[in-house]
Design a protein around this ligand. Structure first.
Ligand code: ARG
Length: 571
């Protein structure tokens, strides 16, 4: 964390009742150079200090001492504005980026803490849906953000691999599926997720005329929960088929998990969980099912066991939360799941609270809006409905066409097209506030001049190209006093706010803060580059500007990597 912000935090820490991390999270960069270099919004502490924000700001401006680095402190309404030494800012920031390079932006505010992040978490025997992609992309970015601020992170794919539907699938498989016996490899049966889906659909169709199928299915799920060998074997087979497809997609996206402990993982812990709830006097029997009545909290009941004793999604989530606390002793647990599950998480957190778990206040549901398709359903440019995996392939194909038009001789074209095509999709999920719906439009996401991943990647490649033309030598032993332009000051201040942007992005579980920052940095640079030259005769200024350009390149690269995008050096 750079020296100015550290100074400001140190100054404020002594006067206001907030932690270092909280203060850092509140410091703002004023939109106008005249309003200082940093600002602290005093309304954030008005309640605690029982004073009005304007007065607090005026008093602090009086009281806080200035120094070599913080040269002035002024009160403006509820804001306290800090002015830093222009001479020092270039040296401090550019020097820091040069030295820390790939680590610039990291901090240790989360040192010693653990964050568990639950993301993507698709249901097996079904194709990955687009909300699982969005959850994967947002979750992966949050994982990287927390890692960057010093947390130990545990990424969990809470697979939907348990529940009565697997009883149904086993019945369908036994009746209408291929014969598993004698096959030594999954591939030989030719079964894939699409075929599993067909079996599932067929089950529901046939069960309409033949309700006894439902009883059979319940039986099979009971056998599964009881550990029956045949049931387990068949179910495992469904799971293997599904995972091989899921992993292909995650690999394309460059997304990893530390654990694939899905719903089934908790099967033999469920009894204990339910017993704890019972013993605490929280459960009751209603219509033969075991529930936690949440009427008092204006919520429908949380069902723990159906009348046939089968467990439910919620039962398994309660159990998983307890397990994760035991196993990882997290300081934060983040569920990246679409907004349509808001009620589920409200119920889950309430039950955990009623169970007396204080750590339930460390659990957050990070929700997000829908992805809508401009060209109709999830589709190719021509409108053909596709699966998610094909969507990724299509994006890379379009990227390759565009690159072909721009730079046909590019050496590793296929690889770059892949980075850009995947980057376009990832960035489109992250560039708007997550609760907003995203409109997926082929013409938009791959626009090299739009607010897109390819635009940021292209600016990065452009910076690399400028540096190559300069002969590639970058040094931090430059004369920092040669920077005289407002445009340069603007850029260096943007660079300085990178670590703060990461903290804020992490604290709000909002990767779009970082995406917006990168878009802004790119356009600030592109404007600068229109008006100022780098390769000039004045060697002192040239070397200083090369360092500035290299710092921008570095920050864009670091930012893209946190969001989960590659930063090709040529495009
Ligand atoms: N499998 C669920 C779905 O596809 C999402 C699970 C999210 N994670 C959780 N712990 N409930 O909707």
């Amino acid at each position: 964390m750079d020296i100015f912000i550290k100074n400001i935090v140190d100054l404020l820490k002594a006067e206001i009742p907030l932690s270092e991390e909280e203060i850092k999270g509140l410091i703002e960069i004023p939109p106008d150079l005249k309003m200082g270099d940093f600002a602290f919004p005093c309304f954030a502490v008005a309640k605690q200090l029982k004073n009005n924000p304007g007065k607090i700001s005026a008093e602090l401006a009086q009281k806080l001492p200035i120094s070599d680095s913080i040269t002035d402190i002024k009160s403006q309404g509820p804001y306290l504005n800090f002015y830093v030494s222009k001479e020092m800012i270039f040296k401090t920031v550019l020097d820091e980026i040069f030295t820390e390079s790939d680590f610039y932006g990291s901090s240790d505010s989360g040192a010693g803490k653990t964050a568990v992040i639950d993301y993507s978490s698709p249901n097996i025997a079904k194709h990955l849906a687009v909300h699982h992609l969005r959850s994967a992309v947002i979750g992966n970015a949050i994982y990287n953000l927390y890692k960057t601020i010093g947390y130990k992170c545990v990424g969990i794919n809470h697979l939907g691999d348990w529940g009565t539907q697997f009883g149904q699938l086993i019945v369908a498989f036994k009746r209408w599926g291929p014969d598993l016996k004698g096959q030594d490899s999954i591939k030989e049966t030719g079964l894939d997720i699409s075929k599993l889906n067909e079996l599932y659909v067929r089950f529901h169709k046939e069960a309409k005329d033949n309700p006894s199928l439902e009883d059979e299915a319940r039986d099979w799920f009971r056998k599964l929960e009881g550990g029956n060998e045949e049931a387990i074997e068949t179910w495992q087979y469904f799971k293997d088929i599904s995972l091989s497809e899921f992993e292909r997609v995650y690999e394309k996206l460059g997304i990893k998990f530390d654990s694939y402990a899905g719903e089934s993982f908790y099967n033999n812990m469920l009894n204990d969980t339910v017993k704890r709830i019972k013993d605490a006097g929280l459960s009751e029997v209603s219509e033969e099912a075991l529930i936690v009545n949440l009427e008092e909290y204006d919520m429908p009941p949380c069902i723990l066991r159906k009348k046939d004793d089968a467990s439910l999604y919620a039962t398994r989530d309660i159990c998983a939360a307890e397990y994760r606390k035991r196993e990882y002793n997290f300081d934060k647990m983040i569920y990246v799941v679409g907004s349509e599950q808001r009620l589920h998480f409200k119920q889950l957190f309430k039950v955990l609270e009623l169970m007396g778990y204080e750590w339930m206040s460390d659990c957050i549901h990070v929700d997000f809006g829908l992805v809508k398709f401009k060209q109709g359903k999830m589709s190719t440019r021509e409108g053909k409905v596709v699966l998610l995996e094909e969507l990724l392939v299509e994006s890379c194909k379009i990227a390759e066409e565009i690159i072909d038009g721009k730079n046909a001789d590019l050496e590793n074209k296929a690889e770059v097209a892949n980075d850009v095509g995947i980057g376009a999709i990832i960035f489109s999920e992250l560039s708007t506030k997550r609760v907003k719906d995203v409109m997926f439009d082929w013409n938009e996401i791959l626009n090299f001049d739009g607010e897109t991943g390819p635009y940021v990647q292209y600016t990065h490649a452009r910076l690399c190209s400028v540096l190559r033309k300069c002969g590639g030598t970058v040094t931090n032993e430059v004369d920092y006093d040669v920077f005289k332009e407002d445009d340069e000051l603007l850029l260096v201040k943007k660079l300085e706010s990178f670590p703060l942007t990461i903290i804020r992005s992490a604290q709000n579980c909002e990767p779009s803060i970082l995406s917006k920052y990168l878009l802004d940095l790119c356009s600030t640079f592109n404007r600068f580059y229109q008006h100022h030259r780098i390769l000039i005769d004045d060697t002192e200024l040239k070397m200083a500007r090369i360092l500035l350009v290299d710092s921008i390149r570095q920050v864009i690269k670091n930012g893209l990597s946190i969001l989960g995008l590659k930063a090709p050096e040529r495009m």
